[in-house]
Ligand binder design. Structure first.
Ligand code: MLT
Length: 214
């Protein structure tokens, strides 16, 4: 057994040629939370779902925060690095050769955003629900044209629209191909978020679309 030092669940693929999904929950969630979402987004895909290691009043998170939206940046850097190493080890352990698409909600989306702004080479794309700018990078790494889907709430009290646009611009600065879906509500997810993410996934991971249509 390699060093897989996040509590996690791995669901093997039941269809071929699909990207695997890396699932990262929001504050207070765990490795079980996003499994149904992952199955709905891409039925038959392998799912790798993590539990954040930080506890805030008993609620799992992926990195420490000082207050709402104010992050412990040293901890964020360290946890992002841990995620990158975990992905490398999990690929070996589970013999994951397929592309990996990160799917994060809220705190999990913020960790995935941090990965894209530091070590984008570990993933092929990302679906980020209610993400915010996790930190201000001095330079944005080349993402190699990575497709990124942002789903933001027009009335989100935690993530203002301007912050979503800043995050999109940062990713675009690294050459990412960013799509934004605007949900009419707040921080919670709606069916429209899921439908839009599904359509985006089909459009950007063509072999996945073919496999599902077969
Ligand atoms: C965060 O702390 O990552 C964001 O404020 C989202 C949240 O988890 O509430």
């Amino acid at each position: 057994m390699t060093d897989l030092d996040f509590i996690h669940r791995f669901v093997p693929a039941t269809s071929r040629d699909l990207p695997a999904l890396l699932l990262l929950h929001g504050t207070g969630g765990d490795e079980n939370d996003l499994i149904p979402l992952g199955s709905e987004l891409l039925s038959g895909a392998a799912l790798l779902s993590l539990r954040g290691k930080v506890l805030e009043n008993g609620m799992p998170r992926f990195f420490r925060r000082l207050s709402e939206g104010v992050f412990d940046l040293d901890d964020l850097a360290r946890r992002t690095e841990e995620l990158a190493r975990f992905i490398e080890n999990a690929r070996r352990e589970y013999k994951l050769k397929e592309q990996l698409v990160a799917v994060g909600y809220s705190n999990g989306a913020n960790l995935a955003a941090s990965l894209i702004l530091r070590e984008p080479q570990h993933i092929s794309g990302a679906i980020l629900f209610r993400a915010m700018v996790p930190f201000s990078p001095e330079a944005v790494p080349d993402t190699g044209g990575m497709p990124v889907f942002l789903s933001a709430g027009q009335r989100d009290p935690i993530v203002p629209a301007a912050n979503t646009k800043r995050l999109a611009a940062l990713f675009q600065g690294g050459g990412a191909e960013v799509s934004i879906h605007w949900h009419r509500g707040g921080h919670e997810l709606g069916q429209d978020d899921i439908d839009a993410a599904k359509a985006w996934l089909m459009g950007h991971f063509a072999s996945a679309a073919q496999a599902v249509r077969r």
